[in-house]
Ligand binder design. Structure first.
Ligand code: C2O
Length: 484
């Protein structure tokens, strides 16, 4: 499908809304043509705030509609993913672990927001965002915990609805993802942290992609993830949308507008939130104006990873107890120091072919070079990241093609600390971890173990990406056998 075609379809939709307005004013075009609406920070927002009152009213109205109606709460959630049978248009179409994670979810929220406006009869409404990285917002927003509110959802993990469970700061910190210059690198890191961590830590329906969007808190989580895209771009320094990738630009997705008609969109329709979609985020810097139709005047770089040293052992199973595997660095020791000092190259701990049969219900903090007997501490230099599986890598998540997950944790700091202690082997240590319960780290119950097929220390070098030289990196080893 050519971009011209999909773009026209999108414009036709806007035209239909215009004639509706001129005829009977079902849909107020002020909200399309006036200044952009602001998606506000949820922090400190009371349940009586008009934004949350309208959100709750719309949810009630949508829950009253039959599932077959595209404007119903169930249908909208099923667009993301559902365990309901039946094949309705656009059901089960969420994108995870692919190039389209950010773009698909931006489109999804855009049409969802328009439907909320209509159902709440509040034309200027904008979806708020949950800024959980802010220390005052680490527990579930209060209005979503009130069991008499439509914003409440009972099936959340222990303590979230009581307000006693909260995120540990490092699990919702986007700074690692933000540091990547390449769109796909940044996107996949931010998909893991904070995105997957938020799902896995809240657990319950939020913990599984096929039920997550039934919980009203899903949408304020994704509003924040969408905001992070803008914030990532606004850092500059060579960060750009992947306008050299024609699949990324032209893949078309189907949603529904507030009249219940199917609409189609591509990434080219959603590059500029304020200009094309008519919203901005409270407190964000000026919009970066990316455009599909412009020739790309800049080279786009991405990191090519090459294995430096490989854990030779069998696949590693992550379960209730911490596990460690040693990587012997004697042979590469001499090469590590110059790589650590290099401005261009960067070292990473790579985990490949990471799979689970079902949602694991837990995630694992990963350390590199943790000295024997040292207590694992995510504030220490040995901490490199978190393995948390949400959709990609989970076999029971049944739409789309199954792909094992891969993690690339920047590891310069950890390796440097290990070298300073003259370690001959760097331990790779996995420690199961969950949210904070009453402010203390918890050990979650593991519902399904995770298997890691390959572990390596790799070196990344920037390389210019050419059109068509798309970015699906080959796995370094075949997928491990499914455990019995
Ligand atoms: Cu498509 Cu946070 O999920």
């Amino acid at each position: 499908m050519s971009r011209g075609f999909t773009r026209r379809r999108f414009i036709v939709t806007a035209g239909a809304a215009a004639s509706t307005f001129l005829g009977s004013s079902i849909f107020n075009l002020d909200s399309v043509w006036a200044a952009p609406v602001t998606r506000r920070n949820l922090g400190g927002m009371a349940a009586s705030d008009p934004v949350l009152v309208s959100y709750a009213n719309a949810i009630k109205a949508m829950r009253a509609l039959p599932t077959s109606n595209p404007l119903s709460w169930n249908y909208q959630a099923a667009i993301h993913g559902t365990t309901l049978s039946g094949s309705n248009i656009a059901w089960n179409t969420c994108e995870h672990g692919t190039h389209f994670f950010w773009s698909w979810h931006r489109m999804y929220l855009y049409w969802f927001e328009r439907i909320i406006r209509k159902m709440a009869n509040d034309p200027g409404w904008a979806l708020p965002y949950w800024d959980y990285n802010s220390p005052s917002q680490r527990s579930l927003p209060v209005p979503f915990r009130d069991s008499s509110s439509a914003l409440y959802w009972a099936n959340r993990g222990l303590g979230w609805n009581a307000g006693t469970t909260s995120f540990a700061g490092y699990r919702v910190d986007p700074s690692n993802g933000n540091s990547f210059l390449d769109f796909f690198d940044a996107q996949s890191h931010l998909e893991q942290t904070p995105h997957n961590n938020v799902h896995v830590d809240i657990s319950g329906d939020m913990g599984v992609p096929d039920t997550a969007a039934i919980d009203p808190v899903f949408y304020v989580h994704h509003s924040n993830i969408d905001r992070l895209w803008n914030l990532w771009l606004a850092q500059g320094g060579g960060r750009h949308d992947p306008l050299d990738d024609s699949d990324w630009k032209n893949n078309s997705y189907t949603f529904f507008n507030e009249s219940g008609a199917a609409v189609h969109m591509t990434a080219c329709d959603i590059l500029r939130c304020a200009e094309q979609l008519n919203y901005t985020y409270e407190g964000e810097p000026p919009e970066v104006k990316e455009r599909c139709l412009r020739l790309i005047p800049f080279p786009i770089y991405y990191l090519i990873w090459q294995v430096l040293i490989h854990w030779p052992g069998p696949p590693v199973e992550l379960n209730e107890r911490p596990v460690s595997v040693p990587i012997d660095i004697r042979e590469v020791r001499q090469r590590l120091m110059p790589l650590l000092e290099s401005k261009k190259e960067t070292l990473a701990l790579e985990l490949d072919n990471v799979v689970a049969d079902r949602s694991p219900g837990a995630s694992w903090d990963v350390y590199l070079g943790l000295p024997p007997k040292a207590e694992p501490n995510p504030e220490s230099p040995y901490f490199v990241g978190t393995v948390s599986l949400f959709a990609a890598g989970v076999r029971s998540h049944h739409h789309g093609k199954f792909t094992p997950e891969r993690f690339t944790f920047p590891a310069n700091r950890a390796i440097l600390a290990g070298l300073r202690e003259n370690q001959e082997q760097l331990q790779v240590t996995f420690v199961p971890a969950g949210p904070l319960i009453n402010g203390k780290p918890s050990r979650p119950k593991v519902l399904a173990p995770v298997h890691i097929g390959a572990i390596s220390i790799s070196v990344g070098r920037p390389q210019e990406r050419k059109e068509g030289g798309a970015t699906q990196r080959p796995s370094i080893e075949p997928e491990p056998k499914k455990p019995q």
